[in-house]
Design a protein around this ligand. Structure first.
Ligand SMILES: Nc1ncnc2c1ncn2[C@@H]1O[C@H](COP(=O)(O)OP(=O)(O)OP(=O)(O)O)[C@@H](O)[C@H]1O
Ligand SMILES: [Mg+2]
Length: 153
């Protein structure tokens, strides 16, 4: 199935705006046509977690309950569908990612949102890629792109 209307390029001028963009993406993820995985790319402190706070709020999760998952690696929320915030920052090799059991959370019926997705070793089924980059102190460029690895496009 194709994810339509993507890629999209946006400029966010505040963390609140980034959260709002995240909320809209979250609403899409909850819809039947929505992807199950979000792969996030962007340097330290660009706003990946900020965007995820917005995504999570579309699942009814309180923003304050979404923290830096760097220490937890996987934060699991019992929403419907289940929501997983995964942060691969500390996993420096593909082997470490595999050993950490990350794949148990991906493509298993829940929505998995993954920071430092470049560290992921394999392919996911249907994913949205989000690239965040620093433009100025409070300004970020956010590019959202849908991909379909089912091979039926
Ligand atoms: N337009 C913006 N969008 C997002 N964050 C912004 C924006 N402007 C300023 N910020 C600030 O940038 C920081 C982003 O931090 P955040 O933890 O979301 O980044 P991150 O990419 O998850 O970092 P890490 O790589 O450490 O996980 C916050 O302090 C936030 O307030
Ligand atoms: Mg983060």
């Amino acid at each position: 199935m194709e994810i339509e209307c993507l890629p999209v390029r946006m400029i966010s001028k505040s963390s609140a705006e980034t959260e709002q963009i995240g909320f809209k993406l979250g609403a899409f993820l909850r819809s039947p046509a929505g992807a199950k995985t979000v792969l996030l790319y962007g340097d330290l402190g660009t706003g990946k977690t900020t965007l995820i706070k917005g995504i999570a709020s579309a699942f009814g999760i309180e923003k304050r309950d979404v923290g830096s998952a760097s220490y937890v690696m996987v934060a699991e929320y019992e929403t419907e569908p289940p929501f997983y915030h995964i942060d691969l920052y500390r996993l420096e090799s593909h082997a470490a990612v595999d050993a950490a059991g990350i794949w148990e959370y991906i493509d298993t019926g829940g929505v998995a949102v993954i920071e430092w997705a470049e560290r992921l070793s394999g392919e996911t089924e249907k994913a949205v890629k989000v690239r965040i980059s620093h433009v100025a102190e409070n300004e970020r460029e956010i590019v959202i792109e849908g991909i379909d690895n089912n091979g039926d496009d």
